[in-house]
Design a protein around this ligand. Structure first.
Ligand SMILES: [Zn+2]
Length: 282
């Protein structure tokens, strides 16, 4: 079902299509703006130069910000990924909160290279269109946590002899689904062009009332081990159902990131159905 992963690492520029890739408008006087395929804040370099009208940009811009700052902030800082504001000084320390055996908490400022990195992402059911199951609203199978402990980590003196990490549990699955939809839509557009398919994802990307679970989900397989070959992995696939052919995209963000040790658990794969292939395709 899935082709080998391709890697979106290189700085690639795609010209665009003269229309907004979300609403198909010509962009009006404000023209069309560039759009990163993987958000720049996650290290994405590839971009579509004339991609999004200003109306759509206004509706989508906070999605990348939420991904970068709320969901993957610690990991981004640990990996030294570029920030939108290049003038800001590099973060060297971050607070880390520990739970002591007596129930008290201690928050310590720790060097970025020496503190544990927590990533919490949802494991999702396969998209409804893949599984044939109709899911309503946003459902999570379970949260998947990766706690990466750097070799230089030492428990702060105030927390010795033993303490556990206090896990902060907030995750906005709806915004995360929109971010996955955006990546999948952009990737399908650069791979096949804007006219090759009837897209399913723009209403989700623009935050209109739409059920993301029909098109966005995961797989039943457990998260595979880290893949050392690149930053993020994205792969197109085609799926046949009831005489129709659909474009799909598998997305694995931060593919090389993992917990270390055995079993070596990595980031999950998300599966997104981006649209119905037009029959007129040559
Ligand atoms: Zn638009």
């Amino acid at each position: 079902m899935t082709e080998p992963f391709s890697v979106l690492l290189e700085r690639q520029k795609y010209p665009g299509y003269g229309r907004c890739i979300y609403c198909l408008s010509d962009g009006g006087a404000a023209r069309l703006r560039r759009e990163h395929i993987i958000p720049r804040a996650l290290g994405g370099n590839a971009e579509i130069l004339q991609a999004s009208c200003s109306d759509c940009e206004a509706k989508t811009s906070h999605v990348d910000g939420a991904l970068a700052n709320a969901m993957f902030r610690d990991l981004r800082i640990y990996l030294r990924l570029q920030s939108r504001r290049k003038t800001t000084t590099r973060t060297t320390h971050l607070p880390t909160t520990f739970l002591l055996p007596n129930g008290e908490t201690r928050t310590e400022l720790m060097l970025v290279e020496e503190r544990p990195v927590e990533v919490h992402v949802p494991l999702l059911f396969p998209p409804g269109l893949v599984s044939g199951v109709n899911l309503d609203g946003v459902e999570i199978r379970t949260m998947h946590s990766i706690i990466h402990i750097p070799e230089k980590f030492r428990l702060p003196p105030s927390c010795q002899p033993s303490a556990s990490l206090k896990i902060e549990g907030q995750f906005d699955v709806y915004t995360f689904s929109r971010a996955l939809a955006k990546i999948a839509h952009c990737f399908t557009v650069i791979t096949h062009g804007l006219d090759a398919f009837e897209p399913f994802l723009p209403p989700i990307i623009l935050g209109e009332n739409a059920n993301p679970l029909r098109y966005i989900g995961g797989t039943y397989e457990p998260p595979p081990p880290p893949w050392p070959g690149g930053k993020h992995h994205i792969a197109m696939f085609e799926m046949r159902r009831d005489g129709n052919t659909y474009f799909g995209v598998d997305i694995r963000l931060f593919a090389p990131f993992g917990e270390g040790g055995m079993p070596n658990v990595g980031m999950p794969v998300y599966r997104v159905i981006s649209g119905l292939v037009r029959q007129t395709r040559t």
